[in-house]
Every structure is written in C-alpha cells, then in structure tokens.
Write a protein that binds this ligand. Structure first.
Ligand SMILES: [Zn+2]
Length: 56
C-alpha cells in the first residue's frame, strides 16, 4: 500500500534552531500582564528572544 510513506515524518522536528552558545533553542510560553506569549529560549544559556530566528 502507498499509505506507509504518506505521513512517515510526522513527529520529527521540522525546524531546529541553535543558539550561538551551542545550546538548543526551544519555544516556551510565558505569561505577562495576563497574556500568554511565546518566546524562544536557549536551554543552555537561558537567553531569550522573541523569535527563534533572532538567535544568530
Ligand atoms: Zn545559548
């Protein structure tokens, strides 16, 4: 059957961002002023940026 190959990659990370320190950047949700917002945080040096792209 052709079904096997259709969604075989589901579950793997599509995009991975890395901090200049070599750590992995992950999205997390923080609450500020009653609102939830997503920030990108490096798991190693704890640097946070508004978007994963901002890690350069
Ligand atoms: Zn870092």
């Amino acid at each position: 059957m052709a079904q096997a190959s259709k969604n075989s990659r589901t579950g793997s990370t599509t995009h991975r961002f890395e901090c200049p320190c070599g750590g992995e950047v992950k999205m997390k949700t923080v609450f500020a002023k009653g609102k939830a917002k997503n920030v990108a945080e490096c798991t190693q040096c704890k640097r946070t940026e508004r978007k994963p792209k901002d890690f350069k």
